[in-house]
Design a protein around this ligand. Structure first.
Ligand SMILES: [Zn+2]
Ligand SMILES: [Zn+2]
Ligand SMILES: [Zn+2]
Length: 257
């Protein structure tokens, strides 16, 4: 497997950090790692560049990471913090339709909330032109040089997708991993998992639940993401055991070789 390069475009929970109007220690922190855009990552492998989710800050994320080309987009689910930047995909749709891989329910959400990206007229390049491709659980798809496996996880009562590429997996907005999905997370070099806050939440892992899941599947290196303003980068980092790290915006990691 060729090296996979992962860039964290955003590591914050749905509000983003700072939260509007909040004056808590994290929202007013001078540590740049405490400023978090909504959760998204960029995957680059064997010449292919794939975006996971289009956060409301996608335009800003694309600018600060000098993104100038996309081969495809993957959606974990259609909550606003992972989805609403979809219109800014239009610059990546010049002279073509951009492949977008997602679950059936996300495709329906695109159809109902942003139908113009599927059926619109090509007027001066003003709208995205997306080519929807439906992902099935546990059925890998080859996207250029990158083989992506969608793994069902639970986000509250809702089933969404985590993605595995080689020995890397990204599981954000997870509150439970169904038993039949556990084996697909085994043998990981690097796991990125959502950890909202210290205490439990109905639709997201807490820090302790995220650690327990990572230990259960035996991931060698773990990064926590989708963090709320209840977690400071320095404070949480100091508490984590060996092998666990706090992700931050624009962190770049390489997996495999
Ligand atoms: Zn989210
Ligand atoms: Zn705050
Ligand atoms: Zn969500």
């Amino acid at each position: 497997m060729s090296q996979l390069d992962v860039t964290f475009l955003g590591t914050g929970t749905s509000h983003g950090i700072p939260v509007i109007g909040c004056s808590c220690p994290v929202c007013t922190s001078s540590d740049p790692r405490d400023t978090r855009y909504r959760a998204s990552i960029l995957l680059q492998q064997a010449g292919s560049t794939i975006l996971v989710d289009t956060s409301p800050e996608f335009r800003l994320q694309a600018l600060r990471s000098a993104l100038h080309h996309l081969d495809a987009v993957l959606y974990t689910h259609d909550h606003a913090d992972h989805f609403n930047g979809i219109d800014d995909l239009r610059v990546f749709c010049k002279d073509r339709s951009l492949p977008v891989y997602c679950k059936e329910d996300v495709a329906q959400a695109i159809q109902s909330r942003f139908s113009y990206v599927l059926n619109g007229d090509d007027i001066a390049g003003g709208i995205p032109h997306l080519d929807l491709r439906i992902l099935k659980p546990y059925e890998a798809v080859q996207i250029g040089g990158c083989k992506v496996l969608p793994i069902p996880i639970l986000h509250g009562k809702r089933e969404i997708f985590a993605f595995r590429i080689g020995s890397f997996a990204y599981a954000t907005d997870c509150s439970e991993v169904p038993e039949q999905s556990i084996e697909y997370f085994e043998g990981l070099d690097t796991l990125v998992v959502g950890a909202l806050r210290y205490w439990p939440h109905p639709t997201h892992y807490s820090v302790f639940e995220a650690l327990a899941f990572a230990r259960k599947v035996g991931a060698k290196r773990v990064f926590l993401t989708h963090l709320s303003h209840g977690l400071s980068h320095a404070g949480l980092s100091a508490e984590l055991p060996e092998g666990f790290q706090v992700a931050y915006d624009m962190l770049h990691i390489a997996v495999g070789s």
